[in-house]
Ligand binder design. Structure first.
Ligand code: PCA
Length: 208
């Protein structure tokens, strides 16, 4: 049986919900296989999120690491393609740290590519009627840090990646774009169900 590690984040930036943890908990509550699913909520803090994630990976040796988080202004579910070796925080994290222009890992590579089948996942999410896109930047806050850390911490057999979610309807601040709570949970479930699929070549790409 494959082991999947699925993470969401606690609230941050003054909000009292983070739809990523809500979606992860909804998926974990309903999940009945075929894999073993380990669901966790990470702190929105550079140092402790990375520490916690490394410990979870060491303890469970997952076959896939699927991290999720909130991208507040977004209307779409975004499969992140790349984690960059950069911490540049617009607001302090939940532990009060606000790194500026600092590397996640001083000796690490400039970037690491997600190894989840991101193009395939965008196709499948879209085929379920969910608005989904590829994203070339997870930003430079804690979500990017977790993606970069996960990709450096897993063994070669393990795929890892990051899903940025919009606000959920139930938790969205006024005027923020949002998707129904059940669609966010459905999206996370689709990623869980297809994380171990082979990546496929998908035409498209970009010209900018
Ligand atoms: N979103 C933030 C950090 C935690 C979260 O859910 C980010 O995109 O970095």
């Amino acid at each position: 049986m494959a082991v999947l590690l699925l993470t969401g984040f606690e609230p941050f930036g003054g909000a009292d919900h983070n739809p990523s943890a809500d979606a992860v908990n909804a998926v974990a509550g309903d999940y009945d296989g075929p894999h073993e699913l380990i669901a966790e909520t990470l702190p929105v803090a550079f140092a402790s999120s990375a520490r916690r994630l490394r410990a979870l990976i060491a303890r469970h040796s997952p076959d896939a690491v699927i991290a999720t988080g909130l991208a507040g202004g977004s209307r779409q579910i975004a499969m992140e393609r790349i984690g960059v070796n950069l911490m540049d925080a617009r607001i302090p994290d939940n532990d009060g740290a606000q790194p500026l222009d600092a590397p996640c890992e001083p000796d690490g590579p400039a970037a690491r590519f997600a190894t989840l089948p991101v193009k395939r996942l965008v196709q499948i999410l879209s085929s379920h009627g969910l608005p989904a896109q590829l994203s070339l930047s997870a930003g430079s806050y804690v979500c990017n840090h977790v993606l970069y850390t996960a990709l450096g911490a897993v063994s070669a057999k393990t795929v890892a990646g990051f899903v940025h979610l919009p606000w959920s309807t139930s938790a969205a601040p006024a005027d923020a774009p949002h998707l129904p709570d059940e669609d966010l949970a459905r999206a996370v479930r689709v990623v869980v169900d297809h994380a171990l699929d082979a990546e496929v070549e998908v035409p498209g790409g970009s010209i900018w």
